[in-house]
Design a binder for this molecule. Structure first.
Ligand SMILES: Cc1ncc(C[n+]2csc(CCOP(=O)(O)OP(=O)(O)O)c2C)c(N)n1
Ligand SMILES: [Mg+2]
Length: 768
């Protein structure tokens, strides 16, 4: 066997250039390719009598000859897809060269699990995918993968939006390339499988399914991965089921950074409530038994299971990787010698299952199929318009959303929860924001038996501000529960629940604490519809308490008013009510947007308005409103307009700014006779730019009131809409927060808009 050819993979070749030129001639073959052919040709080891289908492929192995042949073919398919990508990348026919070579042993995990076990995969999962494709008739892994490599519009995984491992019928949810970000939602899915049974929700997959999640050795160190392991352990430690199979594909390196020898085993072998298995993924005959044991353990015990799968990395990190710069030649030689395909060829030959000629013929036949599929894929249509690209990103079906949002639960259902007709919230006196959110959540929980609410301190305590009080009592621990203190896990759980068809209402205790888990929404939840061509959806309504002006509980972290972190997330919907009745109706619309169009929604609750009952003076009760009956909802995007006939001044605002604006309007009229239209935008993402432009057009002067920071705040979006709407020449002022963190106590008012500063700016405007 030649382990190191004249042209090793670690010598720069044309496809190692970031922007390759079209190739003029034939591509030189990769070392692993040459090695394989030579190894088979030169094989001179023992050859046993051909085993029958049910026999062990080699004495002592748990893998039968029949199963081995399938696995070997899957390995070869995976390898030839990699080789094809290296050849055709330089011709600009393929747009992705991160391969699976050296990891093909993960086909065993696919063979030993079911196609209905949801899989969240590492990018080196070619072997797994080829094997999983066998589980349903009529599916072709080569064809489908080739379409994805070519960014073809016909790509069944993402519709040409990314090279992802994904399949709707095979329960492979496409993942982004942010390493480790998929672990929390894989765990969430495992927990959701179990929760569904407890709340009587019908699962889309069998009840004894497990969630599979693979990742690399370097990725196992990531904070997001660690939080998933910890949450799995925290769950299992309490004897709660969490059937997730973590598969750590350990090739000993992450791009160029070596994982310390033995680290993965040392770090995971003795963790509390995380059951460790080791399998040699380089040798099917040997590794099969341990993979089977890990899968069986996970499925039967429903405990989180860590499968440490030994792999290696052939052909570098990606086509652009120049391995020789950071790995000594001796090491590369060792790596090439442990190529799992050489071992599989040896098993096939030594067991007598295949002759050299048969093996080489199959090898070349698969190469031919992969190349032909890729050439075909290259000729298929690509995404050519912006509309095509964005079609699955943010679906919206207005009529269906409206109908769903105004669909009320029955009176009997409601009375069973609220107590009596008289106790129905719409029959109560007007109430403030916190109470109405609470009542609306009760109503939504009656309407959607598959809804769940969870977060920090939300259960018995009812949240820091008692907004969720009573929900736990009414709907019990399976639907309303405290999580551990980890926002990333909360949002991972939310994705898991929605993957299983439930409607999660995760709560983030304060907006400042969303930021450290933002990737779960920005990178993961919101990208799923896009990267799966809207085949997968993870709808949710994330409630976040935030914004400024809290008197009792000050400082930055309880008064964070940065909406910015939410506003540029593609497809995310952000609603922010300023009063109770709007909040109740907005929640219904958000839930409907989730149910109908699969949207990820944020409900941003202004803490300072939770208990606000008065508007102009103490005791006037003018910021308390009757509870809207459950068949009332807000139109998605629609603003609330106060003093619609006023034209002298327009104040555009949201959240805490709305009462400021109304008080200012009253004072301006009293002092100058000028009348002010106040617009509460209510929906912060996407901003209703048409409404902003319309009101700006109607009025003579404009005041943009945004409690957020000057830089990148919502106010910038409002002003852009005004200017783009053609009204930039009108007198315009912005009153907003300063670019600073919020200080404690009264000092907060120095950097936030106040009644006084808003009034001052408004008077200047109207008197100018
Ligand atoms: C959060 C994040 N940080 C950095 C990267 C860039 N990156 C991509 S793969 C990789 C190494 C991963 O190594 P490992 O987990 O061992 O997987 P392997 O590639 O070896 O299979 C890095 C740093 C990324 N994709 N995501
Ligand atoms: Mg690695």
């Amino acid at each position: 066997m030649r382990l190191f050819s004249k042209r090793p993979c670690h010598v720069r070749d044309p496809d190692s250039e970031p922007n390759p030129r079209p190739s003029q001639g034939r591509q030189p073959r990769q070392v692993c390719d040459e090695n394989f052919v030579e190894f088979v040709r030169n094989y001179a080891g023992p050859v046993a009598a051909k085993p029958r289908a049910g026999d062990a492929v080699l004495p002592g192995s748990l893998c039968t000859a029949e199963d081995f042949l399938k696995l070997f073919e899957s390995q070869l398919i995976s390898r030839h897809l990699d080789l094809m990508a290296r050849v055709l990348r330089v011709q600009n026919k393929v747009y992705y060269t991160i391969g699976s070579s050296g990891h093909e042993g993960n086909a065993m995990v696919a063979q030993l699990t079911r196609h209905t076990d949801p899989a969240f995969l590492h990018y080196r999962s070619g072997g797994f995918m080829a094997e999983r494709f066998r589980k349903l008739p009529g599916m072709d892994p080569i064809q489908d993968s080739a379409l994805s490599f070519a960014a073809s519009k016909d790509d069944p995984a993402s519709g040409g939006r990314h090279k992802v491992w994904g399949s709707k019928p095979l329960w492979v949810l496409p993942q982004t390339s942010t390493i480790a970000s998929h672990l929390p939602k894989a765990l969430g899915t495992a927990i959701a499988i179990e929760t569904a049974k407890r709340i009587g929700h019908t699962l889309p997959i069998p009840e004894d399914s497990i969630a599979i999640c693979s990742f690399g050795d370097a990725s196992s160190n990531h904070a997001t991965a660690q939080c998933a392991f910890n949450t799995a352990q925290w769950t299992a430690y309490q004897h709660l089921p969490a059937p997730v199979l973590f598969v750590c594909e350990d090739n000993g390196i992450g791009i160029s950074t070596r994982t310390p020898g033995g680290w993965v085993g040392a770090a995971f072998r003795n963790r509390e409530a995380l059951d460790y298995f080791y399998a040699n993924g380089l040798d099917i005959a040997e590794g099969y038994e341990q993979v089977a044991a890990a899968v069986l353990h996970c499925r039967s015990t429903r405990r989180p299971t860590f499968l440490h799968l030994r792999t290696t990395r052939i052909m570098g990190h990606a086509g652009t990787d120049f391995e020789i710069e950071y790995r000594p030649i001796e090491e590369l030689l060792r790596v090439e010698a442990t190529d799992p395909l050489l071992r599989s060829a040896e098993i096939a030959l030594a067991s007598g299952l295949m002759s050299k000629d048969e093996l080489l013929a199959q090898y070349e036949a698969i190469r031919g199929k992969c190349m032909a599929a890729a050439e075909h894929a290259d000729k298929t249509p690509k995404l050519l318009t912006k509309e095509e690209v964005m079609r699955p990103l943010a679906p919206y079906s207005p009529d269906r959303v409206r109908a769903e949002a105004t669909r009320a639960p029955t009176a009997e259902q409601r009375i069973a929860v609220f107590g009596s007709e008289k106790q129905l919230p719409e029959n109560q006196p007007p109430k403030h924001l916190a109470i109405q959110i609470n009542q609306a959540l009760h109503d939504l929980f009656i309407k959607y038996p598959e809804s769940l609410l969870f977060g920090e301190d939300v259960a018995h305590k009812g949240g820091v501000y008692t907004v969720t009080k009573g929900l736990h009592k009414a709907f019990k621990s399976n639907r309303v529960f405290n999580t551990l203190l980890d926002e990333t896990s909360i949002l991972g759980l939310a994705q898991g629940f929605s993957n299983m068809g439930m409607l999660p209402f995760p709560e983030i205790q304060y907006l400042a604490y969303f930021h450290n888990a933002c990737d779960q929404i920005r990178g993961e939840a919101c990208s799923l519809q896009f990267f799966s061509n809207d085949q997968y959806r993870n709808p949710m309504v994330m409630r976040v308490a935030g914004l400024g002006y809290q008197r009792g509980f000050g400082g930055h972290f309880h008064n964070d008013n940065s909406v910015t972190a939410l506003r540029d997330i593609p497809s995310l919907i952000v609603g922010c009510p300023s009063r109770g009745d709007d909040a109740a109706m907005m929640l219904r619309t958000l839930a409907a947007l989730s149910k109908v169009d699969g949207r990820v929604c944020v409900f941003l609750e202004p803490i300072a308005l939770y208990m606000t009952k008065d508007l102009y003076e103490a005791g006037d009760a003018q910021w308390s409103f009757p509870y809207p009956a459950p068949d009332q909802a807000l139109e998605y995007g629609a603003e609330r307009v106060y003093h619609e006939d006023a034209k002298d001044l327009l104040i555009l605002s949201f959240g805490n700014g709305v009462p400021f604006a109304l008080r200012t309007a009253k004072a301006v009229e009293a002092q100058t006779g000028k009348r002010t239209r106040v617009v509460d935008l209510r929906w912060l993402q996407p901003l209703n730019t048409q409404a902003i432009a319309k009101h700006a057009g109607d009025c003579e002067r404009i005041l943009v009131l945004d409690e957020g920071r000057r830089s990148a705040g919502v106010g910038e979006g409002m002003i852009t809409a005004i200017v783009e709407g053609g009204h930039g020449a009108k007198p315009l002022v912005r009153v907003c927060g300063d670019d600073t963190y919020t200080p404690l106590a009264g000092a907060a008012n120095l950097i936030l808009p106040t009644d006084a500063t808003v009034l001052e700016a408004a008077l200047e405007l109207v008197q100018a």
